[in-house]
Design a protein around this ligand. Structure first.
Ligand SMILES: NC(=O)c1ccc[n+]([C@@H]2O[C@H](COP(=O)([O-])OP(=O)(O)OC[C@H]3O[C@@H](n4cnc5c(N)ncnc54)[C@H](OP(=O)(O)O)[C@@H]3O)[C@@H](O)[C@H]2O)c1
Length: 378
């Protein structure tokens, strides 16, 4: 008898994670049925994807239609469809939160790429997932690595998250301060969307990942370490109470964690690029992160420890500052200064509701844009 296909929807199918997920699914056609594909403004690509994969539903953030496939009005329409076994949340930024909550409320498992969802509302998302018996399987390579290493979480002493260090790892602080958008987008290891690539240049991405790990695995911040590992072969590790360390290794490819997350708990060959060889890799380097050069990591640790809306503020201010940098309004290093200023001005709400989270997000974004205008016009 033919095995039942897993029914999946991808929100953010036109992005870096989304397109790679479709490459995985193309290899595993007998394992998946696509219920819906959703994108933002790249409707040409969405159309091509829909023609090729024939989902039942499509959604785009701008007006869009395609013959023979139903267009839905919102991402929530997709995420409330209980036909789905799993939804891959691969949009970037704050737009991931609402659809994720909708899917969880409808008992649908999540493959989560969108880290901002947990940074903004990790307590609520994880609580709702537990209440609804929903699995949240991380796509982020570091968290996927930790997920693969953990057998008995009660015996894990700490998490060790690796960071490639981004394009400015061995550049001076001065180089970083004068970095162009092009330099910041030239990540040495990973080809990703622009927002996460800039976050990787400032190491804010690592900061967001620390907060993500805290929520996903329930570890205190002082039990989550970061180590710089430029080759991006060790994707992260855990240390057990007896000092034994288990790490997950692999060639740097997002296909592997994406495939792991959407096929979990099974494993298939799928897109295995080539077999792993320690001899070919020859050396693995590790160093402590330079928090003076990359202060965003410290900012994220502090916001995470404060909790409540502090991480909502961190995420919103950072995202607005990243957009301003990409639009040529500010310098790379200003991202840190702006985010730090907005956090210092923020009055934290502890245990916020979803509504308070969205309201905080809106108001911090507005204040951040005003502040950016002030400093760029003075
Ligand atoms: N890329 C990676 O290797 C990687 C690794 C780990 C984690 N992540 C996380 O995964 C998430 C996605 O990253 P990415 O690099 O794939 O980003 P990306 O390439 O910028 O893709 C973002 C996706 O979101 C869609 N989108 C934007 N606005 C939308 C809207 N209003 N409604 C519906 N869809 C919308 C985009 O559609 P259009 O392009 O059509 O506008 C695109 O499909 C981020 O949270 C990131 O932190 C990424």
């Amino acid at each position: 008898m033919e095995a039942k296909k897993k029914k999946i929807s991808i929100i953010g199918s036109t992005g870096s994670i989304g397109t790679q997920a479709l490459e995985v699914i193309e290899r595993l056609q007998d394992k998946f049925e696509i219920i819906a594909l959703a994108g933002g403004s790249n409707t040409d690509l969405l159309k091509q994807q829909a023609q090729k994969f024939r989902p039942k539903f499509v959604y785009a953030a701008k007006p869009f239609s395609i013959a023979g496939i139903k267009t839905v009005e919102t991402l929530e329409d997709i995420c409330s469809n209980k036909e789905n076994d799993i939804i891959l949340v691969a949009v970037s930024g704050k737009i991931g939160l609402k659809p994720t909550l909708t899917a969880i409320e409808n008992g649908i498992d999540i493959a989560l790429a969108n880290k901002e969802t947990l940074v903004m509302a990790g307590d609520i998302v994880m609580k709702k997932a537990r209440e609804n018996g929903v699995k949240i399987v991380p796509v982020d390579s570091e968290h996927c690595a930790i997920h693969q290493c953990i057998k008995d979480i009660s015996q894990v002493e700490k998490l060790i998250i690796t960071a490639s260090g981004g394009p400015f790892l061995h550049k001076t602080l001065e180089d970083m301060k004068n970095a162009t958008v092009e330099q910041a987008l030239a990540h040495p290891r990973w080809h990703m969307g622009k927002k996460i690539t800039v976050d990787s240049a400032t190491l804010m991405n690592k900061g967001l990942e620390i907060i993500e790990a805290h929520h996903l695995f329930g570890f205190d911040y002082d039990k989550i370490d970061v180590v710089v590992h430029p080759q991006s072969i060790v994707h992260s590790a855990i240390e057990y109470v007896d000092g034994s360390v288990i790490a997950q290794l692999g060639l740097p490819s997002m296909h592997i964690p994406i495939q792991y997350a959407i096929t979990y708990p099974e494993r298939f060959e799928g897109i295995k690029s080539k077999s792993f060889s320690f001899a070919d890799i020859a050396r693995l380097d590790f160093e402590k992160p330079d928090f003076e050069k990359f202060p965003c990591v410290k900012l994220a640790y502090a916001a995470g420890k404060t909790g409540g809306t502090a991480t909502v503020c961190l995420n919103a201010a950072n995202e607005e500052a990243v957009f301003a940098f990409l639009n040529g309004k500010i310098k790379l290093y200003n991202i840190y200064e702006i985010t730090r200023t907005m956090i210092a001005r923020h009055t934290v709400i502890t245990n916020p509701t979803v509504e308070e989270i969205f309201a905080t997000d809106e108001s911090v974004r507005m204040q951040t844009r005003e502040y950016i205008n002030e400093i760029t016009h003075s």
